[in-house]
Write a protein that binds this ligand. Sequence first.
Ligand SMILES: Nc1ncnc2c1ncn2[C@@H]1O[C@H](COP(=O)(O)OP(=O)(O)O)[C@@H](O)[C@H]1O
Ligand SMILES: [Mg+2]
Length: 425
Amino acid sequence: MASIDMKSIVKQYGDGFPAVNDVSLDIADGEFMILVGPSGCGKSTLLRMIVGLEDITSGDMVIGGKRVNDLAPRDRNLSMVFQNYALYPHMTVYENIAFPLRLSKTPDDEVRRKVEAASDVLELKEHLERKPANLSGGQRQRVAMGRAIVRDAEAFLFDEPLSNLDAKLRGQMRTEISRLQRRLGITTVYVTHDQTEAMTLGDRVCVLRKGKIQQVASPRELYEQPVNLFVAGFIGSPPMNFLPATPEGNRLKTPFGDIELDEKRAAAVAGRDLLLVGIRPEYFEDATLVDEAKRPVGSTFRARVDVTEWLGDSQYAYIPYDAPDSIKAQLRDLSKELDSEELRTQAIVSIDATSRIREGREAEFWLDSRKVHVFDPETGDNLTRDAEAGAELTRLATQDRLEQAEDARDRETDARGGATAVGVG
Ligand SMILES: Nc1ncnc2c1ncn2[C@@H]1O[C@H](COP(=O)(O)OP(=O)(O)O)[C@@H](O)[C@H]1O
Ligand SMILES: [Mg+2]
């Protein structure tokens, strides 16, 4: 296992187009790093430069402390786990896992030892004599990972491995990959355009836009303290709502009434003209369902609901609002870039499933103003981001990862100790 450090990595294709533009990213030994962003932002290009399938135009690629820019893929000892698992249908699970060892003419007893150890971790022991066609999708994925494990690779690399699967299987495989990565503690770089995968799998997530890093942080930091409009709009589903807002003292005038800002936020937006306020769907509630005690920390407003969607455990309401043309254009561009369909100026509001708010009627809503972020519509910068609070969230996530790794090592030592004791007895 190894760390992967990238310093000012640039990739220009033949036509001079910078697909990856000055990326510096340090991935710790054992870390699960996600590269996420819309199609064409350079994720695969970056991954392929790590593996060595693509030349690096400039910058340094350092793996395990060693500069690998000029090393061939096979000399980097990384394992790319391909989509569809590239398993050989005519070979048994055992031989599929053993495949890279056969290629390197490894002696039989060593092959057996390694395949057995890998199939143990992957819970494939009972399936070693079966053919891939008789396995579930999850088991096939594990076979593919087994092949990577027996090579003792420095890192696992995945490029959208789940994109061809149906939603249910995708969910299962996501859990599987996450569980195995934790258990094995192998440095992993995982490419996806799916923000749900990014949020659920990663220790940290690197958000890319047009070849440039926007933010590298734990899922929680990305969600709660996004650096800009792009990250705020990309992370979260349904997405964050962006409404036009004008500051007035410590208040923001918005189509949903006035939102009061604390001193720090008010100071950050003072003297500005037209801004965008970002409000996540779950910051709203049906005002009639909010405790008296909680009401004063937010603001209330009346609005007509266009559509409601009742999902059993929750409910969404769509509230149209008006915005100046410049803001409309801005939001349209953003939606286009994020491949989302929310082109119209309407807010998506998540309210309690028991709410009696109905379509076509006016209702009173409550909004938790403590959590809103305010963005500069020109630059997209988040003006109210609390960098310290964000860094703390990522620090906690890293601490969790290191503690989990330690626990895993302890368990392994215990297991070994136990085996020795039995042997002696
Ligand atoms: N072989 C290539 N030659 C020229 N341009 C390429 C090549 N491969 C990718 N690109 C361009 O580089 C950009 C990034 O591509 P890619 O890394 O595949 O993005 P992603 O994986 O994020 O969808 C895209 O604009 C794409 O058109
Ligand atoms: Mg790609």
